[in-house]
Ligand binder design. Structure first.
Ligand code: NAP
Length: 485
């Protein structure tokens, strides 16, 4: 941490109502590549989460009362500061999360791009005029901010998962309280420091860091001053939080787990498919919600694909995220690596063939070797669970209908990918897949201009694009009567 260009980006207390608020209790933030403590920080209480909600509530009238142009200028300043401090933000992110520095820099640019996008898009929140059913009436529709927004975010993208939500909320005129994951609070606090420097007023963007997930979560999901709750994390926790929001009928949006199929048809460009699968699978050591979870390959090209893909995976370099040539960093914890290993071993016991990896790496308990398994079937644990680790199970299919059936045979519906050069097939398959996002001959699909989100038990709502503002807006209908002379 000593190597930051701007040491003031390292914060150790929650950011509430424009102040850095300490707590009596402390929590340690550790480096997943080695486990050493990076820094001890204040561990906020549920009472402090409530202070943050009340601060956001107090700040709401002034913030929503600004023009979209005024909010845009402040958001743009925040974006500029994130880009200016990209190197420091990336270093903080790699230290607390583990991903390679190049990926961390990419995440900062990606997170910032949402702030830039919504700074502009906030100026285009248009209403509507609808032809009325009677000549004495006029019908107008206006859109207004929903109010105070609370958020809970995961550790796998400590910057971007916050930026995606906060940028849209603030642009829409809402105020915001986020509780980041316990393992990765430092990126969130650095964002708060830059929001303050950008001139975003006190109470508009609050960060509450606390290890009491239940206690803080209850405040953020049940407090009557919160109008909308947005969550990114696992489906299991998301379900629980939706239930908590029911007591005050909050608006909710959920970005939950996934089980992405990556289908390689017999007419695919095989080299392109190998590269696409590689980036979509091994980014962030396989710990992204849109990571390929199952690779489905047509039986005619199964041996060729498996051979080329395994060769490419074998070349990936594993190590500390701070090392220049690392392509795969540690997993977030030893427990996460154990969970992945359990899925691998259970599936081998059920007949899957291990062709690469399949064990812990020499670097330590948090490191799991890039792994490839063949002869996998859709019902094996490695295929029907969200892996969230660097393992590629490869499944054989016989024809298009079979591929679609296997791909859709899951409770999840976040991202899916397929490779084909046949335009008719491209439309048929894209329409038949029950997923919110489809990569066609493309393994990287997420950007600020496109709507990110899932179907089925992968959640609801969309982040990014012009659709991303809708989750933070109320539609209000005005009926003007007495219009006849
Ligand atoms: P998680 O266990 O659901 O945790 C996510 C967040 O929820 C963390 O901040 C966690 O706090 C908090 N939390 C856990 N239990 C809680 C409770 N009872 N009340 C309130 N908050 C609670 O998920 P994760 O393991 O961190 O993240 C991985 C999951 O996120 C995967 O399923 C992945 O697919 C999903 N994800 C989805 C998207 C998307 O856009 N769809 C993006 C990224 C990740 P602690 O840190 O204290 O545990």
């Amino acid at each position: 941490m000593q190597n930051l260009n701007d040491a003031k980006l390292l914060k150790t207390a929650s950011y509430i109502d424009g102040c850095w608020v300490e707590s009596d209790a402390q929590l340690s933030v550790c480096n997943p590549a080695g486990g050493d403590v990076l820094v001890d920080i204040s561990d906020a209480s549920p009472a402090q989460a409530e202070e943050a909600v009340l601060a956001a509530s107090k700040a709401l009238a002034a913030w929503s009362g600004k023009t979209a142009q005024q909010r845009s200028v402040l958001l743009r300043a925040w974006y500029d500061l994130m880009i200016k401090h990209q190197d420091d933000l990336a270093r903080i992110l790699t230290l607390e999360q583990g991903k390679p520095l190049a990926e961390a820099k990419g995440e900062i640019a990606y997170g910032a791009s949402f702030i830039e996008w919504f700074a502009e898009e906030g100026k285009r929140i248009y209403g509507d005029v609808i032809p009325a059913p009677g000549i004495d009436k006029r019908i107008l529709v206006i859109k207004q901010p929903v109010g105070v927004v609370s958020a809970i975010t995961p550790w796998n993208f400590p910057n971007a998962m916050i930026a995606r939500k906060a940028a849209a909320a603030l642009a829409a005129g809402c105020t915001f309280v986020v509780r980041p994951a316990t393992q990765t609070p430092l990126s969130a606090l650095a964002m708060a420091e830059l929001a303050a420097r950008a001139g975003i007023p006190a109470g508009v963007f609050n960060v509450v860091v606390g290890s009491d997930a239940n206690g803080l979560g209850k405040v953020l999901t049940e407090h009557p001053a919160v109008a909308k709750f947005t969550f990114t994390g696992s489906t299991a926790v998301g379900k629980k939080l939706i239930a908590q929001c029911a007591s005050t009928v909050k608006k909710v949006s959920m970005e939950l787990g996934g089980n992405a199929p990556f289908i390689v048809f017999e007419d695919a460009d095989l080299n392109a498919a190998v590269q696409g699968a590689l980036v979509s699978k091994y980014r962030n050591a396989g710990q992204t919600c849109v990571c390929t979870n199952r690779i489905l390959v047509h039986q005619d090209i199964y041996p060729q694909f498996c051979e080329k893909y395994t060769q490419a995976v074998a070349e990936l370099k594993l190590g500390s995220g701070l090392d220049q040539d690392t392509q795969i960093g540690p997993m977030i914890s030893a427990k996460a690596a154990q969970d992945v290993d359990a899925l691998v071993q259970q599936s081998i016991a059920q007949g899957a063939k291990l062709v690469l990896g399949g064990s812990y790496a020499k670097q330590g308990d948090n490191f799991y070797l890039p792994t490839v398994m063949t002869d996998v079937t859709n019902d094996m644990p490695i295929a029907c669970n969200e892996i969230f680790g660097p393992v590629s199970p490869i499944i054989r299919f016989s024809d298009e209908q079979h591929a679609i059936k296997l791909a859709n045979d899951t409770q999840y519906g976040l991202a899916a990918y397929f490779y084909s050069r046949d335009i008719g097939r491209i439309f048929r398959v894209a329409e038949a897949l029950d997923y919110g996002m489809i990569g066609i001959n493309e393994g990287l699909i997420s950007n600020a201009t496109a709507p990110f989100g899932g179907m089925k038990q992968s959640g609801n709502g969309r982040e990014g694009s012009h659709y991303g503002l809708d989750d933070y807006l109320e539609i209000k209908y005005l009926c003007l009567g007495g219009m006849e002379q």
